[in-house]
Design a protein around this ligand. Sequence first.
Ligand code: 1CP
Length: 344
Amino acid sequence: MKTDRLFLNACRREPTSRTPLWLMRQAGRFMPEYRALRSKVTFLELCKNPDLAAEVTVFAARKLGVDAAIIFSDILLIVEPLGFTLSFAKDHGPVIGNPYRRKKDLAPVSGDEIKEHLSFVFDAIRRSRKNLPEEIPLIGFAGAPFTVASYIVEGGKSKDFTRIKEMMLKAPDVFSHLMDVLAEGTADYLEAQVEAGAEAIQLFDSWVGMLTLEQYRTFVFPALKKIIERLKGKAPVIYFGLNTSHLFPAVKESGADVVGIDSKTSLSKAWKALGNVALQGNLDPEILLGPEKKIVAAAKKILTEAGGRPGHIFNLGHGVLPQTPVENAVFLVETVKRLSQKKD
Ligand code: 1CP
């Protein structure tokens, strides 16, 4: 059988026989099989067990029939080798027990120390790669510096990001120290993911839309750019954030190969603002709760907007909602494949 790696071709903006797709947060919480596994182990135990993490990764990709798999992990695991404590309180999301307040809260950490601490991720990548069909590429990922920093400074999930904004404004050198350490550490971590077998990298900058363009350019963009530069020529980089259309003038200069677009921004507007990049997105995740008729209509609308332009990867505008019926996700995958198939 011919191995047609549609997803990677689209990352490079090469024409494909149909539009490739995968779903953000496909590898976890909305699948009954995942929840059954989670009833036996904690979330962190699951992340740190390469056999189980690989099983979740491969199972989700096969079940959904998507064109790429994403490694089962979390953007917050990197905080542990940096010296922060991480736990997941039931129904409260992530908790950092010793949030970052001053420079001395974060001692220098070498790339080797970070990689040693996170070796279970590389093992899970190797195992997933071995168990995936050859034509399904594996995506590695990390949080982008601002989004990870928001948890480290706020001590967990934040509503209004007051503390991190305050630090940025009142103690810019304290903030920059954190960004510098995160940029280096994340680049080392992602390079090692690629060496272990990840064929593309997604940087999740979910919360960066909180910033103004000026704040983004001054405080965040240099760290982001450093990471993307380190990955150049190694693996395509997908950069995703929510509510980021006002940041596009900077994102355009980031060097990202693919930009993830949320559901509020139209693909055509994004292409106009971003120029020569591939786009990933942007179905509203709530559509997957609803009737099949609406799923077809919404998928059609996005494919029409993309207009068959090379370099479109179909995805959601944010992660799959936990209450999504799996059969609706499978239906979306089948629908996008059918609607986007080019006639010979
Ligand atoms: O109880 C559980 O099972 C834990 C729930 C859970 C899961 C399944 C968390 C805690 N993380 C994950 C896995 C995860 N996280 C993946 C891989 C598996 C998958 O496909 O679901 C990925 C890609 C992430 C990425 C992630 N983690 C992001 C970026 C994407 C996004 O949704 O914006 C963020 C912000 C996190 C932090 C995080 N980890 C977990 C939770 C509940 C959160 C969000 C907390 C918040 O809203 O601030």
